[in-house]
Design a protein around this ligand. Sequence first.
Ligand SMILES: NC(=O)c1ccc[n+]([C@@H]2O[C@H](COP(=O)([O-])OP(=O)(O)OC[C@H]3O[C@@H](n4cnc5c(N)ncnc54)[C@H](O)[C@@H]3O)[C@@H](O)[C@H]2O)c1
Length: 441
Amino acid sequence: MTQNQKPYVIKPAEGKLGIMLVGLGAISTTFIAGIDAIRSGRTKPYGSLTQMGTIRLGKRTEYNIPKVCNFLPLAKLEDIEIAAWDIFEDDAYVAAKKAGVLDYQDLEAARPALEKIVPLRGVFDREWVKKLDGKYIKNGRTKMDLANQVMEDIKTFQKNSGCSRVVMVWCASTEVFTPIEEVHKSVKNFEKGLESNDPKIAPSMIYAYAAIKLGIPFANGAPNLSVDTPALQELANEYRAPICGKDFKTGQTLMKTILAPGLRSRLLGLSGWFSTNILGNRDGEVLDDPGSFKTKEESKLSVLDTILQPEINPDLYGNVHHKVRINYYPPRGDAKEGWDNIDIFGWMGYPMQIKVDFLCRDSILAAPLVLDLALFIDLAKRAELRGIQEWLSFYFKSPMVGEGLYPEHNLFIQEMKLKNTLRHLMGEEPITHLGTEYYNI
Ligand SMILES: NC(=O)c1ccc[n+]([C@@H]2O[C@H](COP(=O)([O-])OP(=O)(O)OC[C@H]3O[C@@H](n4cnc5c(N)ncnc54)[C@H](O)[C@@H]3O)[C@@H](O)[C@H]2O)c1
C-alpha cells in the first residue's frame, strides 16, 4: 500500500441514489428486474464490474486484491431508487413482458418491483425515430419548454423519493443520424436553438441538457450524438456534470474489441471482417430504419480502425473490408445471433479464417453496464470530476473523448485505464505491469 495523499476528496455516498432511465424498454426493464433479484438474493450481479470485479493494489507480492465495491465509496444497491421516461404508458412489468427478455418465473418474481415503475411522459419527435409512434409524450411550445418540464420531473422525483443524488442514463431508442451542426457547437447557439425549435436538436439532447443544467451526470447508452456535442460538453464543464457515452459495448462489438487486439498483438494481418446480426426486438425494429441504422453503423464500424491503426500498420491492416449488417427478424426476439467471418493472414501471407457465432442476449449483456455506469458517474460527481469521463470508455462502442484525441477501443487498454483511474481517485499507485522491481538483484 502506498502512503500517497489522496488527490481527490470523494464525498461519501450518503442517502439514496436516484437512477433516472430514459426509455423503459428491454434494457431498462431487465436492469430493474435484475436489481430486484440481486437485492432479494435470487441471483448474483453477474457481468457487473462494480459488484463482482476486483482490483489489484500495490505489488503482486502483497496479494491485495479487494472487490471494486469494497475499495470505492460506491452507492449500495439497497440505496437505489429508479424512475423512467417513455413514450408508451406501460409500466415496467408490462414493458418487460412485451420485451420478452425474461422468462415467466423471473418476471413474476420481480413483478411488484416492476409494477411500481410507471413511466413519466417522454420528450419525443417522430422525425428522430421513424419506426415508433408513441403518444404518451410531453407538449411544449418550444424545445426549451420541454427541457424545463424534464427538469421539473427530475426535481419532483428527487423530492418524492428522498434521493440525495440523481443520475440519468439514456436507454431509449436510437435516433436518426445527424452530424454536428452550428446549433450543436456552443451553449449559446444551442440555447437559441431550444427557444427557436431548431429541427437539429434531438429529443436525447433535450434530456441531456436538462440533466446537465441541474449538474446531474448523464450516460448515453445509444449511438446517437445526444451529449457528444461541443455545446453540451461546454455546459457539462460549466455545471460540473460528468458525462459519457456512446452506445453500450455489448454483443458483436464487444467480441470485436476482444479479438482485434489479440490479432494486432500477434501481428496477424486482416483482409476482411464481415459481421451480420439477426434480432427481433423493438431495438431491431427501430434499426430497420436506414436513418437509425446509419447511426449504429457509424458506431460499429469505427472500432477496428482505432484498434488496428492501418495508417501505421499498412502491410497488415491497410486493405481491410469491414462490413456490418443488422437484420430485423422478429422470431428471434431479444435473443440476437451475431455471425462474424474474419479473414486473416499470417507468415508468408497464408490466409486463415475465424468464424464466430455469438448467440447472445442483448439486454442481459447491457443491464450490468447500466448499473456500473450509474454507480461510476455518481462516484465521478462526488469526486468533483466533470465533463467527458474517458475512463468509462470500457463500456462504450464509440467512446467520447476530448477534442483532438482518438478514442481507445481496445477492451484491455480500456480496462487498464478504468482501473488506474479508480486507483488514482483513491490515492493508490497506478499499475503499469512493468515488474522490474521484482528482479532487482
Ligand atoms: N441491448 C444492447 O445490447 C444494446 C447495446 C448498445 C446500445 N443499445 C441501445 O440501447 C437502447 C435501448 O435498447 P433496448 O433494447 O432497451 O430498446 P427498446 O426498444 O426495447 O427500448 C427503448 C425504449 O425507449 C423508448 N423511447 C424511444 N424514444 C424515447 C424518448 N424520446 N423518450 C423516452 N422513451 C423513448 C421506446 O418506447 C422503448 O420503450 C437502444 O438505442 C439500443 O440501440 C442496446
